[in-house]
Design a binder for this molecule. Structure first.
Ligand code: SF4
Ligand code: SF4
Length: 386
Protein backbone atom coordinates (compact mmCIF):
# COMPACT_ATOMS: atom_id res chain seq x y z
CA UNK A 1 0.00 0.00 0.00
CA UNK A 2 1.33 3.50 -0.82
CA UNK A 3 1.74 6.20 1.86
CA UNK A 4 -1.22 8.15 0.44
CA UNK A 5 -3.42 5.08 0.51
CA UNK A 6 -2.35 4.34 4.09
CA UNK A 7 -3.12 7.93 5.08
CA UNK A 8 -6.55 7.70 3.44
CA UNK A 9 -7.30 4.46 5.24
CA UNK A 10 -6.20 6.05 8.50
CA UNK A 11 -8.46 9.06 7.93
CA UNK A 12 -11.37 6.88 6.92
CA UNK A 13 -10.85 4.76 10.03
CA UNK A 14 -10.77 7.90 12.21
CA UNK A 15 -14.06 9.03 10.63
CA UNK A 16 -15.69 5.66 11.34
CA UNK A 17 -14.45 5.68 14.93
CA UNK A 18 -15.68 9.27 15.49
CA UNK A 19 -19.10 8.34 14.09
CA UNK A 20 -19.34 5.31 16.40
CA UNK A 21 -18.33 7.40 19.43
CA UNK A 22 -21.06 9.95 18.63
CA UNK A 23 -23.66 7.23 18.42
CA UNK A 24 -22.47 5.51 21.65
CA UNK A 25 -22.68 8.82 23.51
CA UNK A 26 -26.15 9.44 22.08
CA UNK A 27 -27.26 6.07 23.44
CA UNK A 28 -25.62 6.68 26.85
CA UNK A 29 -25.24 10.44 27.45
CA UNK A 30 -23.61 9.79 30.85
CA UNK A 31 -20.48 8.75 28.93
CA UNK A 32 -19.94 12.24 27.55
CA UNK A 33 -18.35 13.54 30.74
CA UNK A 34 -15.90 10.62 30.90
CA UNK A 35 -15.12 10.92 27.21
CA UNK A 36 -14.38 14.64 27.54
CA UNK A 37 -12.08 13.91 30.47
CA UNK A 38 -10.28 11.26 28.39
CA UNK A 39 -9.77 13.83 25.60
CA UNK A 40 -8.33 16.28 28.13
CA UNK A 41 -5.87 13.64 29.31
CA UNK A 42 -4.82 12.89 25.75
CA UNK A 43 -4.34 16.62 25.09
CA UNK A 44 -1.60 16.76 27.76
CA UNK A 45 0.42 14.41 25.53
CA UNK A 46 -0.20 16.30 22.29
CA UNK A 47 3.48 17.18 21.81
CA UNK A 48 5.82 15.03 23.87
CA UNK A 49 9.61 15.15 23.97
CA UNK A 50 12.29 13.11 25.70
CA UNK A 51 15.29 14.62 27.45
CA UNK A 52 18.25 12.67 28.71
CA UNK A 53 19.18 14.54 31.86
CA UNK A 54 22.26 12.63 33.04
CA UNK A 55 24.71 10.07 31.71
CA UNK A 56 25.77 8.80 35.13
CA UNK A 57 24.02 6.37 37.44
CA UNK A 58 24.73 5.19 40.99
CA UNK A 59 23.45 1.64 40.26
CA UNK A 60 24.31 -1.29 38.01
CA UNK A 61 21.15 -3.17 37.08
CA UNK A 62 21.16 -6.49 35.24
CA UNK A 63 20.36 -5.84 31.55
CA UNK A 64 20.12 -2.04 32.05
CA UNK A 65 18.14 -0.35 29.26
CA UNK A 66 20.44 2.68 29.20
CA UNK A 67 24.01 1.39 29.42
CA UNK A 68 23.45 -1.86 27.54
CA UNK A 69 23.44 -1.44 23.80
CA UNK A 70 23.12 2.34 23.78
CA UNK A 71 26.02 4.75 23.48
CA UNK A 72 24.59 8.05 24.72
CA UNK A 73 26.24 7.56 28.12
CA UNK A 74 29.52 8.38 26.37
CA UNK A 75 28.37 11.89 25.50
CA UNK A 76 29.98 14.77 27.32
CA UNK A 77 26.89 16.57 28.61
CA UNK A 78 28.63 19.15 30.78
CA UNK A 79 26.63 22.10 29.52
CA UNK A 80 26.28 25.02 31.95
CA UNK A 81 22.84 25.48 33.49
CA UNK A 82 22.08 28.67 31.53
CA UNK A 83 22.35 26.62 28.29
CA UNK A 84 19.82 24.13 29.67
CA UNK A 85 17.53 27.00 30.62
CA UNK A 86 17.69 28.51 27.12
CA UNK A 87 17.20 25.11 25.59
CA UNK A 88 14.06 24.35 27.63
CA UNK A 89 12.74 27.81 26.84
CA UNK A 90 13.06 27.10 23.10
CA UNK A 91 11.47 23.68 23.53
CA UNK A 92 8.49 25.22 25.31
CA UNK A 93 8.18 27.72 22.46
CA UNK A 94 8.14 24.77 20.05
CA UNK A 95 4.99 23.71 21.89
CA UNK A 96 6.22 20.76 23.95
CA UNK A 97 3.40 19.91 26.34
CA UNK A 98 4.77 16.78 27.97
CA UNK A 99 8.44 16.35 28.88
CA UNK A 100 9.88 12.96 29.76
CA UNK A 101 13.12 13.16 31.74
CA UNK A 102 15.19 10.06 31.19
CA UNK A 103 18.79 8.97 30.73
CA UNK A 104 20.72 7.34 33.43
CA UNK A 105 19.79 8.96 36.75
CA UNK A 106 18.03 12.38 36.55
CA UNK A 107 18.21 12.82 40.35
CA UNK A 108 21.97 13.40 39.92
CA UNK A 109 21.24 16.62 37.99
CA UNK A 110 18.30 18.23 39.76
CA UNK A 111 19.20 21.78 38.72
CA UNK A 112 18.28 20.73 35.16
CA UNK A 113 14.89 19.40 36.32
CA UNK A 114 14.24 22.63 38.23
CA UNK A 115 15.12 24.60 35.09
CA UNK A 116 12.67 22.51 33.04
CA UNK A 117 9.90 23.08 35.60
CA UNK A 118 9.85 26.74 34.58
CA UNK A 119 8.82 25.80 31.07
CA UNK A 120 6.71 22.65 30.64
CA UNK A 121 3.16 22.17 31.95
CA UNK A 122 3.55 18.40 32.31
CA UNK A 123 6.57 16.29 33.11
CA UNK A 124 7.47 12.73 33.99
CA UNK A 125 10.77 11.76 35.58
CA UNK A 126 12.19 8.25 35.47
CA UNK A 127 14.36 7.72 38.56
CA UNK A 128 15.72 4.82 40.57
CA UNK A 129 14.49 6.46 43.79
CA UNK A 130 17.71 6.25 45.80
CA UNK A 131 18.15 10.04 45.81
CA UNK A 132 15.12 12.13 46.82
CA UNK A 133 14.01 14.75 44.32
CA UNK A 134 13.66 18.37 45.40
CA UNK A 135 10.12 19.15 46.63
CA UNK A 136 9.92 22.06 44.16
CA UNK A 137 10.02 19.77 41.13
CA UNK A 138 6.30 19.62 40.24
CA UNK A 139 6.29 16.56 38.00
CA UNK A 140 5.20 12.93 38.16
CA UNK A 141 8.05 10.80 39.47
CA UNK A 142 8.18 7.22 38.23
CA UNK A 143 10.40 5.30 40.66
CA UNK A 144 11.74 2.09 39.19
CA UNK A 145 11.31 -0.95 41.47
CA UNK A 146 12.60 -4.40 40.63
CA UNK A 147 11.98 -6.49 43.75
CA UNK A 148 10.42 -6.48 47.21
CA UNK A 149 13.20 -8.18 49.12
CA UNK A 150 16.75 -7.03 49.63
CA UNK A 151 18.32 -10.25 48.42
CA UNK A 152 16.74 -10.04 44.94
CA UNK A 153 17.17 -6.27 44.81
CA UNK A 154 20.89 -6.66 45.47
CA UNK A 155 21.15 -9.49 42.96
CA UNK A 156 19.33 -7.54 40.22
CA UNK A 157 20.50 -3.99 40.93
CA UNK A 158 23.52 -4.29 43.17
CA UNK A 159 21.87 -2.49 46.13
CA UNK A 160 18.85 -2.33 48.44
CA UNK A 161 16.99 0.11 46.23
CA UNK A 162 13.29 -0.33 47.02
CA UNK A 163 13.57 0.27 50.77
CA UNK A 164 15.56 3.43 50.19
CA UNK A 165 13.01 4.64 47.63
CA UNK A 166 10.10 4.00 50.03
CA UNK A 167 11.83 6.12 52.67
CA UNK A 168 12.49 8.91 50.18
CA UNK A 169 8.97 9.01 48.77
CA UNK A 170 6.70 8.00 51.66
CA UNK A 171 3.43 9.93 51.28
CA UNK A 172 4.77 11.92 48.30
CA UNK A 173 1.88 12.35 45.88
CA UNK A 174 4.21 13.08 42.98
CA UNK A 175 5.68 9.59 43.20
CA UNK A 176 4.47 6.36 41.70
CA UNK A 177 6.48 3.17 42.16
CA UNK A 178 6.97 1.46 38.83
CA UNK A 179 7.57 -2.23 39.46
CA UNK A 180 9.17 -4.00 36.53
CA UNK A 181 7.75 -7.48 36.90
CA UNK A 182 9.98 -10.22 35.52
CA UNK A 183 9.83 -14.01 35.53
CA UNK A 184 11.78 -14.01 38.81
CA UNK A 185 9.66 -11.51 40.68
CA UNK A 186 6.04 -12.41 39.90
CA UNK A 187 5.65 -13.86 43.40
CA UNK A 188 6.91 -10.63 44.98
CA UNK A 189 4.19 -8.42 43.49
CA UNK A 190 1.69 -8.70 46.42
CA UNK A 191 4.42 -7.81 48.91
CA UNK A 192 5.48 -4.76 46.88
CA UNK A 193 1.83 -3.65 46.76
CA UNK A 194 1.48 -4.09 50.52
CA UNK A 195 4.66 -2.12 51.22
CA UNK A 196 3.59 0.70 48.92
CA UNK A 197 0.18 0.79 50.59
CA UNK A 198 1.82 0.95 54.05
CA UNK A 199 4.01 3.86 52.90
CA UNK A 200 1.21 5.82 51.20
CA UNK A 201 2.74 5.72 47.74
CA UNK A 202 1.07 4.61 44.52
CA UNK A 203 2.20 1.65 42.44
CA UNK A 204 1.99 0.66 38.81
CA UNK A 205 3.59 -2.05 36.67
CA UNK A 206 5.96 -2.46 33.79
CA UNK A 207 6.67 -5.87 32.25
CA UNK A 208 10.28 -6.92 31.73
CA UNK A 209 11.32 -6.67 28.08
CA UNK A 210 14.78 -7.81 26.99
CA UNK A 211 17.26 -5.75 24.98
CA UNK A 212 18.93 -7.05 21.82
CA UNK A 213 22.28 -6.90 23.62
CA UNK A 214 20.96 -9.02 26.47
CA UNK A 215 19.41 -11.57 24.07
CA UNK A 216 22.69 -11.75 22.17
CA UNK A 217 24.66 -12.42 25.34
CA UNK A 218 22.26 -15.23 26.25
CA UNK A 219 22.44 -16.68 22.73
CA UNK A 220 26.25 -16.81 22.59
CA UNK A 221 26.55 -17.88 26.23
CA UNK A 222 28.68 -14.88 27.07
CA UNK A 223 30.69 -14.94 30.28
CA UNK A 224 29.26 -13.03 33.20
CA UNK A 225 30.75 -9.71 34.25
CA UNK A 226 30.41 -7.50 37.32
CA UNK A 227 28.38 -4.85 35.53
CA UNK A 228 25.09 -5.46 33.66
CA UNK A 229 25.29 -9.20 33.01
CA UNK A 230 25.93 -10.91 36.31
CA UNK A 231 23.81 -14.07 36.53
CA UNK A 232 21.50 -14.79 33.57
CA UNK A 233 21.98 -17.63 31.13
CA UNK A 234 19.87 -19.51 28.60
CA UNK A 235 18.26 -21.61 31.33
CA UNK A 236 17.60 -18.82 33.73
CA UNK A 237 16.83 -15.19 32.93
CA UNK A 238 14.10 -12.63 33.73
CA UNK A 239 12.40 -13.29 30.35
CA UNK A 240 8.74 -14.44 30.51
CA UNK A 241 7.41 -17.68 29.09
CA UNK A 242 3.72 -17.83 28.08
CA UNK A 243 3.04 -19.60 31.37
CA UNK A 244 4.73 -16.76 33.31
CA UNK A 245 2.62 -14.21 31.48
CA UNK A 246 -0.59 -15.97 32.50
CA UNK A 247 0.64 -16.08 36.10
CA UNK A 248 1.58 -12.39 35.93
CA UNK A 249 -1.85 -11.47 34.62
CA UNK A 250 -3.54 -13.26 37.52
CA UNK A 251 -1.20 -11.78 40.12
CA UNK A 252 -1.49 -8.19 38.91
CA UNK A 253 -5.28 -8.51 38.62
CA UNK A 254 -5.48 -9.61 42.27
CA UNK A 255 -3.53 -6.57 43.46
CA UNK A 256 -5.83 -4.21 41.51
CA UNK A 257 -8.67 -5.59 43.63
CA UNK A 258 -6.76 -5.89 46.91
CA UNK A 259 -5.15 -2.42 46.87
CA UNK A 260 -7.53 -0.12 44.98
CA UNK A 261 -6.11 3.04 46.60
CA UNK A 262 -2.52 2.08 45.85
CA UNK A 263 -2.37 0.16 42.58
CA UNK A 264 -2.86 2.33 39.51
CA UNK A 265 -3.46 -0.25 36.80
CA UNK A 266 -6.53 -1.59 35.03
CA UNK A 267 -7.81 -5.00 34.04
CA UNK A 268 -8.30 -4.04 30.40
CA UNK A 269 -4.63 -3.16 29.93
CA UNK A 270 -3.45 -6.07 32.06
CA UNK A 271 -5.44 -8.58 30.00
CA UNK A 272 -4.00 -7.22 26.78
CA UNK A 273 -0.36 -6.92 27.86
CA UNK A 274 -0.14 -10.41 29.35
CA UNK A 275 -1.25 -12.22 26.22
CA UNK A 276 1.47 -14.30 24.55
CA UNK A 277 3.13 -13.15 21.34
CA UNK A 278 4.18 -9.77 20.04
CA UNK A 279 1.97 -6.89 21.17
CA UNK A 280 2.72 -4.96 17.96
CA UNK A 281 2.64 -5.33 14.21
CA UNK A 282 6.27 -5.60 13.12
CA UNK A 283 7.90 -4.50 9.87
CA UNK A 284 10.42 -6.64 7.97
CA UNK A 285 13.19 -5.45 10.32
CA UNK A 286 11.26 -6.39 13.42
CA UNK A 287 10.40 -2.78 14.31
CA UNK A 288 6.93 -2.07 15.73
CA UNK A 289 4.86 -0.22 13.16
CA UNK A 290 1.99 0.65 15.46
CA UNK A 291 3.88 1.63 18.62
CA UNK A 292 3.11 5.23 19.54
CA UNK A 293 6.35 5.50 21.51
CA UNK A 294 8.33 5.64 18.27
CA UNK A 295 10.26 8.91 17.99
CA UNK A 296 8.74 10.33 14.83
CA UNK A 297 8.19 13.97 13.99
CA UNK A 298 7.11 16.13 15.85
CA UNK A 299 8.27 13.99 18.79
CA UNK A 300 11.98 14.45 19.55
CA UNK A 301 14.62 12.79 21.68
CA UNK A 302 17.50 14.88 23.08
CA UNK A 303 20.74 13.77 24.64
CA UNK A 304 22.71 15.67 27.29
CA UNK A 305 24.64 17.66 24.68
CA UNK A 306 21.21 19.19 23.87
CA UNK A 307 21.10 17.83 20.35
CA UNK A 308 18.27 15.75 19.00
CA UNK A 309 18.91 12.17 18.04
CA UNK A 310 17.20 9.84 15.67
CA UNK A 311 16.32 6.81 17.79
CA UNK A 312 13.61 4.19 17.55
CA UNK A 313 12.09 5.09 20.93
CA UNK A 314 13.26 5.95 24.45
CA UNK A 315 14.43 2.34 24.97
CA UNK A 316 15.88 1.72 21.50
CA UNK A 317 17.80 -1.46 22.25
CA UNK A 318 14.68 -3.36 23.33
CA UNK A 319 13.48 -6.03 20.94
CA UNK A 320 10.07 -4.80 19.69
CA UNK A 321 8.86 -8.37 19.21
CA UNK A 322 9.19 -9.00 22.97
CA UNK A 323 8.39 -5.49 24.14
CA UNK A 324 5.89 -5.05 26.97
CA UNK A 325 7.31 -1.76 28.20
CA UNK A 326 4.78 0.48 29.88
CA UNK A 327 5.82 3.50 27.79
CA UNK A 328 4.97 1.93 24.43
CA UNK A 329 2.04 -0.05 25.80
CA UNK A 330 0.08 2.85 27.29
CA UNK A 331 0.91 5.44 24.65
CA UNK A 332 -0.27 3.10 21.90
CA UNK A 333 -3.81 3.30 23.33
CA UNK A 334 -4.32 7.05 22.85
CA UNK A 335 -6.21 6.62 19.60
CA UNK A 336 -9.30 4.42 19.90
CA UNK A 337 -9.40 1.61 17.35
CA UNK A 338 -12.60 0.41 15.63
CA UNK A 339 -12.63 -2.50 18.14
CA UNK A 340 -12.66 0.03 21.02
CA UNK A 341 -15.97 1.46 19.83
CA UNK A 342 -17.84 -1.64 18.70
CA UNK A 343 -20.17 -1.41 21.71
CA UNK A 344 -20.66 0.37 25.01
CA UNK A 345 -18.53 -2.09 27.04
CA UNK A 346 -15.58 -1.81 24.66
CA UNK A 347 -15.80 1.99 24.73
CA UNK A 348 -15.91 2.06 28.54
CA UNK A 349 -12.88 -0.25 28.58
CA UNK A 350 -10.97 2.24 26.37
CA UNK A 351 -11.99 5.15 28.62
CA UNK A 352 -10.78 3.16 31.65
CA UNK A 353 -7.42 2.72 29.96
CA UNK A 354 -7.08 6.46 29.28
CA UNK A 355 -8.14 7.30 32.86
CA UNK A 356 -5.50 4.95 34.23
CA UNK A 357 -2.87 6.25 31.84
CA UNK A 358 -3.57 9.82 33.03
CA UNK A 359 -3.19 8.76 36.67
CA UNK A 360 0.10 6.97 35.93
CA UNK A 361 1.82 9.68 33.91
CA UNK A 362 0.36 13.04 34.98
CA UNK A 363 0.83 14.94 38.20
CA UNK A 364 -1.54 17.89 38.32
CA UNK A 365 0.65 20.72 39.61
CA UNK A 366 -0.94 23.62 41.52
CA UNK A 367 -1.87 26.17 38.88
CA UNK A 368 0.20 28.96 40.45
CA UNK A 369 3.25 26.82 39.70
CA UNK A 370 2.34 26.46 36.03
CA UNK A 371 4.88 27.87 33.59
CA UNK A 372 2.46 30.47 32.23
CA UNK A 373 1.60 31.80 35.65
CA UNK A 374 4.93 33.12 36.92
CA UNK A 375 3.83 36.74 36.36
CA UNK A 376 0.61 36.28 38.28
CA UNK A 377 1.53 33.66 40.85
CA UNK A 378 1.05 35.97 43.84
CA UNK A 379 -2.36 37.15 42.62
CA UNK A 380 -3.50 33.60 41.94
CA UNK A 381 -2.42 32.37 45.36
CA UNK A 382 -4.39 35.23 46.87
CA UNK A 383 -7.45 34.29 44.80
CA UNK A 384 -7.24 30.72 46.05
CA UNK A 385 -6.97 31.65 49.70
CA UNK A 386 -9.77 34.27 49.44
S1 SF4 B 1 18.89 2.67 37.64
FE1 SF4 B 1 18.30 2.67 35.47
S2 SF4 B 1 20.02 3.67 34.40
FE2 SF4 B 1 20.75 3.09 36.44
S3 SF4 B 1 21.73 1.10 36.07
FE3 SF4 B 1 19.61 0.73 36.77
S4 SF4 B 1 18.43 0.50 34.88
FE4 SF4 B 1 20.39 1.45 34.34
S1 SF4 C 1 8.54 0.99 23.02
FE1 SF4 C 1 8.91 -1.18 22.58
S2 SF4 C 1 7.63 -1.67 20.79
FE2 SF4 C 1 7.79 0.55 20.92
S3 SF4 C 1 9.50 1.04 19.54
FE3 SF4 C 1 10.32 0.87 21.63
S4 SF4 C 1 11.03 -1.25 21.81
FE4 SF4 C 1 9.66 -1.14 20.01
Amino acid sequence: MTCCATELTRREQARIVARSIRSLIKETPALLHRYNRAKETIRAFRRPAFYEIETRCNLKCEGCYYFEGGDTWQINGNKPINEWQNFFHLEAERGVSMAYFVGAEPALAQDRLLAAAQHFPWGNIGTNGTIALNKDIPYRIGVSVWASDDKTDIQLRGASVFRKALKNYEGDQRAIMLLTVSKDTIGQVPEVARMCSDHGVELTYNLYSPTHSFLKKLAIGQQHDDRFFRFSDQNHSPIFTDYDLAKTRETLAATIEDYPDTVVYCHEYNDYMCQPGSRYTLDENGIALDCQSRIVNPMRYYTTDLTSRSVKCCTPDIDCSQCRMYSGGWSSRFIPTPQDVTNREAFIAWINIIDTLGRIFLYPRPFWLSPDSSQNSQTKREQVSA
